[in-house]
Design a protein around this ligand. Structure first.
Ligand SMILES: [Zn+2]
Length: 506
C-alpha cells in the first residue's frame, strides 16, 4: 500500500469513528477518539490491529446494545395497552413500519414502503444491477405475542448492515443488499399467512384480495383505507423477478428447545419441514346418555380417542406403524423429525348428557422427509378407517393442506454455518463461556414455515436460528438473551463480510 493510500485509509477510519461517536446513543465501552493509535506509534500491522480492536468495541455497541434497545422499543409498539399485538395494516403495525424505516435510514439505506405494507431498505453496493441479497423477517405478531418473533430478524439485519456501513465497507459490497420487514407472516387478521413475503415471491392468488377479516373488511379494502391501491395490478407488480434476486437470508428465533438443550446460541436450518393437515370427521348415532345400552351405541367419541392415540403411536414409532402389506415401512423417525399434533376437536351436539352424533378433529403432520410424512399420513388414514370400521362409525378424512419440504440452499447453509461458528466462538471468548461442545453450530430442521417458505418460491434461501429461553414463543414469556442477540448480529455481519473483496492486506 502506498503512503497516499494509507493516508486516505486513516482519514476514513477517523471519519468513521468520529461519526460513530456522533450517532451512537449508548455509552461506548472504553473507546474514545483520542485513543486511536497514530501510525507513527507502531508498525503498519500493529497499528491496524489496534484500530481493528477499537472498531470491534463499536461493533458491540451496534450489534448488541442498540439491537437490544430497538427490540425493547419495537416490543412496546402495540395495538393493545395490555399485551403485544400488531396485525396486518393495524395502527401499531404502521407505527412499527415507520420506526423500522428510520432505523434502515440510519443504517445508510434507501427506504420505501410497498403496496402490501412491506418496509424495504436497500443499498446498491458496487453493482446496482447485480442480483440482490435479500435479508428479512416479519414485523407483524400474534395476539399476546413475544417481542422477538420476526422482530429479531429485522433488527439484527439492520444492525449488521449498519455495522458494515459504519466501518466504511458497505460501499464495497459486490451486489445490492435489501432488508425487508414483511407486513404479514402470522396471518392473524385474514387467516392467510405470508401476505407480505408471498406478494414479493408472487405466490399470492389475486382472489386473496377479497378475503375478509372478522369484521367483514377485505384485504383490498384494508389496503385502500390506508391509500394503498389494493388492486390485482398492484399485487402483481410487487412480485420480484427471480433474475433480480441472488438469495434470501432470514434470522429467526428457534421457537423450540434444541439450541437451549445444547447450550448454544445459534443454529443453521437445513430444511423447512413439509406439512399435511387433515380434517377427520366421525359420524355415529346421537342418543341419550342414560338410556342407550353400551352394546347398542355408535359413539364416535371413543373412536376419536382411539384414533388420536393411534396417531401419536404412529408418530413415535412409525417403523412399527399400522401397516398393510402394500405400504413399505419408513426406516426411522430421525431425531424427532416426524411430529404429529391433534390440536382441535369438536363434538356435536356437545352436551354432557348426550352421546355425540359427530366428532371432528384436526391432524397436523410435519417431517423433514416428504416420504416419511407421506407414509405416516397413509398409515394414519388406514388406521383411522380400521378403527371406524370396527366400531361401525362412518368416517371421512379430508386433506386440507399439503406442503412439501423446502430444502435450504447448500451454499447458504455452509456460509451461514461458518459465520455462526465464528460468531459463537467470538461470543464465548468475549463472555468467557467455556464449552465442550464439539459442534458449535448445530444444523436443525424448521418445523415452522417463516417468510423463507414463501421466499423459497422466488430464490434460494438460508435460515439462521437463535436460541430462545425454554423454546417458548408466541407468548409474552418469549425471551432471547442480550448476548444471543449480539451473536446473531455478529454472525450476520460476518456473513456479509465474507462477500467483500479482500482489502487492506498488510
Ligand atoms: Zn416468526
Amino acid at each position: 500500500m502506498g503512503f497516499s493510500a494509507f493516508l486516505t485509509w486513516t482519514a476514513v477510519w477517523v471519519a468513521i469513528l468520529h461519526q460513530l461517536h456522533q450517532v451512537t446513543a449508548f455509552p461506548l465501552h472504553a473507546a474514545a477518539l483520542n485513543d486511536i493509535p497514530t501510525y507513527s506509534d507502531s508498525t503498519d500491522r500493529e497499528w491496524r490491529m489496534q484500530v481493528d480492536a477499537h472498531v470491534k468495541e463499536h461493533l458491540a455497541t451496534i450489534l448488541r446494545d442498540e439491537a437490544v434497545n430497538r427490540l425493547d422499543k419495537l416490543g412496546k409498539v402495540s395495538d393493545s395497552p395490555e399485551f403485544l399485538q400488531r396485525t396486518f395494516m393495524s395502527p401499531a403495525a404502521l407505527r412499527a413500519g415507520q420506526l423500522i424505516r428510520t432505523w434502515m435510514s440510519d443504517a445508510g439505506l434507501f427506504t420505501w414502503i410497498d403496496d402490501m405494507g412491506n418496509v424495504h431498505g436497500r443499498f446498491d453496493g458496487m453493482n446496482s444491477s447485480a442480483p440482490a441479497l435479500l435479508i428479512g423477517s416479519h414485523m407483524d405478531t400474534v395476539i399476546d405475542a413475544g417481542r422477538y418473533d420476526g422482530a429479531l430478524g429485522v433488527v439484527s439485519a439492520i444492525a449488521a448492515v449498519k455495522a458494515l456501513q459504519k466501518s466504511g465497507r458497505l460501499v464495497d459490497y459486490p451486489r445490492p443488499i435489501e432488508i425487508i420487514a414483511f407486513s404479514d407472516e402470522e396471518g392473524v387478521r385474514f387467516q392467510s399467512t405470508f401476505l407480505g413475503s408471498g406478494a414479493i415471491a408472487g405466490t399470492l392468488s389475486p382472489n386473496l384480495l377479497q378475503v375478509k377479516d372478522k369484521r367483514g373488511v377485505t384485504v383490498s379494502a384494508a389496503l385502500q383505507k390506508l391509500s394503498f391501491p389494493g388492486t390485482k395490478e398492484s399485487l402483481f407488480n410487487l412480485k420480484y423477478e427471480p433474475e433480480s434476486v441472488w438469495g434470501y437470508v432470514e434470522v429467526h428465533i428457534e421457537q423450540g428447545p434444541v439450541l437451549e438443550s445444547k447450550g448454544l446460541p445459534l443454529g443453521v436450518v437445513d430444511a423447512i419441514a413439509g406439512q399435511t393437515r387433515l380434517r377427520v370427521s366421525m359420524k355415529g348415532s346421537a342418543g341419550h346418555a342414560g338410556t342407550v345400552p353400551m352394546a347398542m351405541r355408535k359413539d364416535p367419541m371413543p373412536a376419536a380417542a382411539q384414533a388420536i392415540v393411534a396417531i401419536e403411536e404412529l408418530c413415535i414409532r412409525p417403523q412399527q406403524g399400522g401397516s398393510p402389506a402394500t405400504v413399505s415401512r419408513p426406516t426411522a423417525n430421525k431425531g424427532g423429525a416426524l411430529v404429529c399434533t391433534v390440536g382441535e376437536i369438536a363434538s356435536w351436539p356437545g352436551a354432557s348428557n348426550v352421546i355425540p352424533g359427530e366428532v371432528t378433529f384436526s391432524v397436523d403432520v410435519r417431517a423433514k422427509d416428504d416420504n416419511v410424512r407421506e407414509l405416516a399420513v397413509l398409515n394414519m388414514e388406514l388406521s383411522i378407517h380400521e378403527i371406524c370400521r370396527n366400531r361401525a362409525i362412518a368416517c371421512t378424512i379430508e386433506r386440507k393442506n399439503e406442503a412439501k419440504t423446502v430444502e435450504c440452499d447448500k451454499e447458504l447453509i455452509d456460509r451461514l454455518s461458518v459465520s455462526a461458528t465464528a460468531a459463537t466462538n467470538e461470543l464465548f471468548s468475549l463472555t468467557g463461556v467455556q464449552t465442550t461442545n464439539e459442534e458449535p453450530v448445530p444444523t436443525l430442521s424448521s418445523g415452522a414455515g417463516h417468510d423463507a417458505l414463501a421466499m423459497a418460491q422466488l430464490t434460494k434461501v438460508g435460515i439462521m436460528f437463535v436460541r430462545c429461553t425454554g423454546g417458548i414463543s408466541h407468548s409474552p414469556e418469549e425471551h432471547v438473551l442480550d448476548d444471543d442477540i449480539w451473536a446473531a448480529g455478529l454472525a450476520l455481519h460476518s456473513f456479509l463480510e465474507s462477500d467483500l473483496p479482500a482489502s487492506f492486506s498488510a
